[in-house]
Design a protein around this ligand. Structure first.
Ligand SMILES: Nc1nc2c(c(=O)[nH]1)N[C@H]1C(S)=C(S)[C@@H](COP(=O)(O)O)O[C@H]1N2
Ligand SMILES: [Mo]
Length: 157
């Protein structure tokens, strides 16, 4: 299924890592490929509208990319880490959240990827896609990622 894109085909989609981080960054798919070890994932997920999908993704672990941006938690304190969330947005406005603890090696340790390849095709012009291998639903497989906000979940007033 094709989705309308806000980005011309020729302009690579870069994603911003921002929020409560020491080192915000803007990363192209090329940066994601060259800067971190590439992991592979064979996934099956179900879409409410288009049925079951099977894909092969490749890319760095979301955890490693975000750790390099230096989230402003005390890395030695698990309770501190457990308060952080990641909000992942696509260029079309679709967005979702993960708890940092889902991908933290001391908690859920989920092998969530920022894909650089999908079924053998490079995603440089399409943009990176979030890969959540343990999800049975496709909704969090956000494509054409434009930003990942990282921060502490605020205490409600
Ligand atoms: N940017 C963006 N990513 C998205 C969506 C979307 O609407 N926009 N839909 C999600 C949903 S609901 C599903 S099931 C999968 C669909 O993946 P497919 O396009 O390979 O079928 O993409 C997910 N990623
Ligand atoms: Mo879906």
């Amino acid at each position: 299924m094709n989705r309308p894109s806000a980005h011309p085909r020729s302009a690579p989609v870069a994603l911003a890592v921002l929020g409560n981080v020491e080192r915000p960054a803007t990363l192209t798919v090329g940066d994601l490929r060259n800067g971190w070890e590439q992991h592979q994932a064979e996934v099956v997920f179900d879409c409410a509208t288009s049925g079951p999908q099977q894909h092969r993704f490749e890319g760095p672990l979301l955890r490693e990319v975000i750790l390099d941006a230096q989230p402003l938690f005390d890395a030695r304190r698990r309770k501190d880490r457990s308060r952080f969330v990641l909000a992942v947005s696509g260029g079309d406005g679709h967005r979702t959240v993960l708890a940092w603890a889902e991908i933290d090696a001391d908690f859920g340790d989920a092998p969530v990827l920022l894909a650089t390849r999908l079924d053998g095709r490079d995603l440089d012009t399409a943009g990176s896609q979030l890969v959540v291998p343990l999800d049975r639903c496709g909704a969090r497989y956000v494509s054409a990622i434009t930003r990942v906000w990282v921060g502490e979940w605020p205490v409600p007033a």
